[in-house]
Design a protein around this ligand. Sequence first.
Ligand SMILES: Nc1nc2c(c(=O)[nH]1)N(C=O)[C@@H](CNc1ccc(C(=O)N[C@@H](CCC(=O)O)C(=O)O)cc1)CN2
Ligand SMILES: Nc1nc2c(ncn2[C@@H]2O[C@H](COP(=O)(O)OP(=O)(O)OP(=O)(O)O)[C@@H](O)[C@H]2O)c(=O)[nH]1
Length: 419
Amino acid sequence: METIFAEATPPGRGGVTVVRLSGPMAREALESLAGSLSTPRRSYLRSLRDGQDLIDQALVIWFEQGQSFTGEEVAELHLHGAPVIANRLAQALLVRGLRRAEAGEFTRRAFLNGRIDLAEAEGLADLLSSETEAQRKLAMRTADGELGRKVEALRANLVRAGALVEASIDFADEEVPEDVPLEVFNLLDLVRSEVEAMLRTYPATERLRQGYEVAIIGPPNAGKSTLLNKIGQREIALVSDIAGTTRDILELRADLRGLPVVFLDTAGLRDSADPIETMGVQRAMDRARNADLRIHLSDQGVRMEPFFDGDLIVRSKSDLGTGDGLAISALTGSGIEALLDQVYDKLRVRAANSGLVAHRRQAEALERARSALDIDSSLSPEFLAEAIRQAAQELATMVGRVGAEDYLDEIFSSFCIGK
Ligand SMILES: Nc1nc2c(c(=O)[nH]1)N(C=O)[C@@H](CNc1ccc(C(=O)N[C@@H](CCC(=O)O)C(=O)O)cc1)CN2
Ligand SMILES: Nc1nc2c(ncn2[C@@H]2O[C@H](COP(=O)(O)OP(=O)(O)OP(=O)(O)O)[C@@H](O)[C@H]2O)c(=O)[nH]1
């Protein structure tokens, strides 16, 4: 096993740069620079020397194999935060036969050594890319192993049910007819209903993880781009009094009181002779249809196609005249906070329906477990046992106990170098 190293902190100038080493040579490499370090998981202030060259004064720690983040021998150096220092250290480590880590390699090793399960690794990746408080909370629960523990508990129920069925089959061999005990069906009902409950929360959870889309739609010149700019507090979209200014979809990622929201500015909806504008309108319709919520903006306060229940109908340019309903003026800012309050209230209801299953990979494994359990209770014990085995296997796949190989590259490559 090679010993790897990488900066765990972002590149560039900073107060402190943390460099992590993992693998069988971690302690030896550290001690060859910092002198001998008797106690693991204790920090020492040491001069780092490569031969005659004093590299830096640093805090250094080592972790013994089996008691570290990766499960391997690990060392950490907390350097002064100038890139030249980390570069000089890297040179010394390369000479000693270590190599630079690939993206996600520390976490991959933690998984391969059984320190974390696959769901925890996915949770960690989500945690590192979370942008809002709600995303952080969701990711932290998974990273902390909540999903893994829940699935493991369900799998244990299946293992028990399977054992009970096997026992009844063994009796049958001795020609003592034995019914499959009722407990088996109770266990299967329990697992089935829990799996179905988790699957029901999946769409809302996936949306929370990725961010909600809120499409701003309406006729040309309604003020859609002006509203987007107002929400983003910067000039994202072109604004003009020429109808049909926006063609492509513009996105604004925002943190709406902790919820991740992507606001979409779209082409004004109308029939146009201009083929490019018509393509823009088509895109706007498609994207709006798939969005979580639509803000229908028009200076008349009318609703446009496409629409769904609960969409927000908003009158624009309220500074120019009065009327009924929710009204905003992007010019004066009036009504914008009230509009965002309403957007937040609607999305919060969706967020409240979220659970722990946030990735398609996880949902697909659960779906396969559910369909394996979709069995007729009059099935022979042999078939029943096989179905239970299959379902238990799918749950094991979900947390990466077996059959995870295909997913490893996909999951770990989403990490940065050093994680
Ligand atoms: N400096 C530093 N901070 C960090 C990390 C790190 O690697 N280094 N982490 C990295 O992601 C996170 C913390 N996660 C960690 C998880 C396990 C162990 C660890 O050494 N576990 C051993 C020993 C436990 C103990 O001392 O009680 C073990 O579980 O056996 C360390 C960090 C966030 N902060
Ligand atoms: N008085 C007033 N004018 C506004 C307001 N919001 C936008 N406008 C003006 O309305 C015109 C159209 O604004 P845009 O934001 O480009 O409208 P749009 O809906 O994005 O237009 P398209 O790209 O053609 O679909 C511009 O001249 C804006 O300055 C407002 O609240 N009050």
